[in-house]
Unconditional design. Sequence first.
Length: 276
Amino acid sequence: MTLEVKKQDKNNAIEKNQKHRNTITALFLCLISFFLIYTVTQTPHSGKYNNINDDGTFVLTKDGIKKDFTNTRKKLDWYSDPYCDDCIAMHEKVFKDIKGKVQNGELEVKIHELNFLAHRQTTNYSLRNSAYILGIAEYEPNRVLDALDIFYSKRFKEVWKNENNHNGFKAISSVLGLKDNTVKKVLQSQSEFEKLVDKNSRGIRYDQKMKDLSPTGSMFTPFIVPEGGKALDAEKEANEKRKNEAAAKAAEAAAAATVAQAEGEAAAEQPQETEA
C-alpha cells in the first residue's frame, strides 16, 4: 500500500512538472508570437519592395531613397506625369534647386508617378516611363535623381513620345550608367510596375482627398503639396507669368509705336527747303 502511494505521488509529481513545463513552453511561444507580430506591424519599411512602397511611391532624402519621410525635414508630395508639359516645365525650372535642398537635408520629397494624361496618348508614354522611374528607384536608387532629370526633359519627350517600345529606356540606361543587371530587372518588372502606376492613377482626378488639397477644387499635374498646406497652383502661376510677359511686350510695342509716331510728326513739322 505504501509503495502504491509513493508511486502515485511520483506520478503526480511527474505530471505536475510536465504541466508546468507545458505552461512555460506555451507562454514562451506566446511571447515569440507577440514579438513577431509587433515587429511586422511596427517596422516602417516593410513591404514587397526594398526601396519603393507597395503603391510605387518613394521619398527623396539626403540619405538616398527611403520609403517614408523622416520626422525632421520639410516635406513635399510631388505628383507628376512624364507626358505633362507643365510637369516638364516645372521640373526644368525648379528641380535643380529642389535637389540641392534635398541633398543638404532641408527638404524631403515623396514622388508619385502617374498615368494622369493617358487619354491624350496612343503610345502609353506616361505609363511606360513612370514604370521605368519606379524600376530605377527600386533596383539602382542612387541613379533616380539623374533619371528624373532625363525623363522630365523636353528633349526626351520630343524624341520618344511616338515610340511604343523600350528603346528610349535602353538609350538613357547607358547615359545614366545603369548596371546591366539593373536594366534587365527593370525590363523584367516593367509590367508589374505599370500595373502599380495605373492602379494609383485610376480615379485620382475624382478623389475627394485630392480635391480638398487642390486650390481649384480639382486635381491637376504637377500637383505639389507642402506638408499641412494646399497644392501649389502651378497653372495659375504659369498663366500669370504669361499674362505679365504679354503685357510687358504690349507695353513695349506701344512705347515703340509712340516714339515712331512722335518722330514722324516732328519730321512732318520741319519746314521744307525750296530752290532759289
